[in-house]
Design a protein around this ligand. Structure first.
Ligand SMILES: C[S@@+](CC[C@H](N)C(=O)[O-])C[C@H]1O[C@@H](n2cnc3c(N)ncnc32)[C@H](O)[C@@H]1O
Ligand code: SF4
Length: 388
């Protein structure tokens, strides 16, 4: 059954407030009828079961937005639906992203009872001043309490932190990182702050009112993060992800290894083989996007019995580019034997140039980037795929 396994992503698009750095598909609504949204997700899962040939599910990920605003019974309904429709592997990873307010922490046990076995807590910063700058609703104390509560309830807990923040020094980051490392975490997602289009931070940045580290300082932040985490036994396995061996996220590895996944919920996307319905494209992934605006998504289910905004069979060129873009994020890189196709002559020559410049490595069986290459990922990919 190994080759026939699928990962499922569920997008819950609602938040209590919008953080000024965030460009995820998240919306602040005064009130929602939770059941209607759960019904929509259940509808889409049933519909996909009928048009897909995958047998088993190896991971489920509740992301957002803020899925920890959902009740335990809504999470239970969705997991139950998936269990009824497909076989869940014995070690199926079921993750839920949680914001660390006290009201959300009070639901952690309900999530565990519903079948969630991995919690990802969005701490983002470990001091009140920076939590405020990031527009977070929780305090330092609340964040730590929620994280400790997560650790008591779940065997697998990850925490998200954003570093290289405005005015943050290397020393301050070292202190924050060591305070989380005291908990001996098995998984951390540590993101350098990026200025995303359409966010409040982008406006401030363009006006010169927000400064973030560039070039050498950004590299120093990255190196310090790498050194401190590896000293604690957490291996950097992807640009922003660190894990004790065996605790890597099965779900996120699905994306980076370019394996199939189904995304359900407003703005969710999928990469799926749909051989039965599309006999001419047996070996092509279908890239499917669901409607992004929550109300359009919900209305489309009522009016059209589905919420897909687009469904396109990818060409081999597109699949190759996507595989390179996601696979080179991994420290281990890409197994050559799993490439959609071997490199052509020009790609070989550009890859050799990257090797000479110390941005890339080629072993007998893998293509991978060096630390410097991964830090300059976008430029390296632009050069290699000739899309600059
Ligand atoms: C879907 S988001 C957040 C989930 C959850 N609602 C929360 O706020 O904790 C997933 C993660 O992406 C990271 N992230 C979002 N925007 C970012 C940005 N502009 N720069 C760096 N990291 C970012 C944050 O660490 C966040 O926890
Ligand atoms: S960072 Fe999380 S809480 Fe903040 S707007 Fe984005 S999804 Fe919502």
């Amino acid at each position: 059954m190994k080759n026939n396994l699928l990962s499922i992503y569920i997008h819950w698009p609602f938040c209590e407030s919008k953080c000024p750095y965030c460009d995820f598909n998240s919306h602040v609504l005064k009130s929602i009828s939770e059941q209607n949204w759960v019904d929509g997700i259940v509808h889409e899962l049933n519909r996909y079961k009928n048009i897909l040939n995958y047998q088993g599910i190896k991971s489920i990920f509740f992301g957002g937005g803020t899925p920890s605003l959902m009740s335990g019974s809504s999470v239970d309904t969705i997991i139950n639906t998936i269990q009824k429709l497909w076989t869940i592997t014995e070690d199926c990873e079921i993750t839920l992203e949680a914001n660390p307010s006290s009201s959300e922490a009070s639901r952690f046990q309900d999530y565990k009872n519903a079948g969630v076995n991995r919690l990802s807590v969005g701490l983002q910063a470990l001091n009140d001043k920076d939590l405020k700058t990031l527009g977070r609703k929780h305090s330092y104390q609340e964040g730590i309490k929620a994280y400790e509560c997560g650790l008591r309830i779940f065997d697998r807990v990850s925490a998200d932190l954003i570093y290289a923040r405005p005015h943050q020094t290397l020393d301050e980051w070292a202190q924050e990182l060591s305070s989380i490392l005291q908990y001996k975490p098995t998984h951390l997602s540590l993101y350098q702050l990026t200025i995303e289009p359409g966010t409040l931070f982008e406006n401030l940045y363009k006006r010169g009112d927000l400064k973030i580290p560039h070039d050498q300082l950004a590299y120093d932040f990255y190196e310090l993060t790498d050194q401190m985490t590896s000293a604690q036994g957490l291996r950097s396995y992807e640009i922003s992800n660190y894990a004790v061996s065996g605790f890597e996220s099965i779900h996120n590895l699905t994306y980076w290894n370019y394996q199939p996944y189904l995304g359900v919920g407003p703005g969710a996307h999928s990469r799926l083989l749909m051989g039965t319905d599309y006999p001419s494209s047996l070996q092509s992934y279908h890239a499917i996007h669901q409607y992004k605006a929550p109300l359009t998504w919900k209305n489309s289910i009522q009016a059209n019995s589905h919420a897909d905004a687009s469904n396109i069979a990818l060409t081999p060129v597109e699949m190759f580019e996507e595989q390179i873009m996601v696979g080179l994020r991994l420290k281990k890189g890409i197994l050559k034997s799993q490439l959609i196709r071997p490199l052509n002559e020009q790609e070989h020559s550009r890859y050799n140039h990257l090797i000479k410049e110390n941005y890339a490595i080629e072993t007998d069986d893998r293509l991978m980037l060096t630390d410097s290459g991964r830090l300059l990922l976008n430029s390296v990919l632009g050069y290699f795929l000739n899309t600059d």
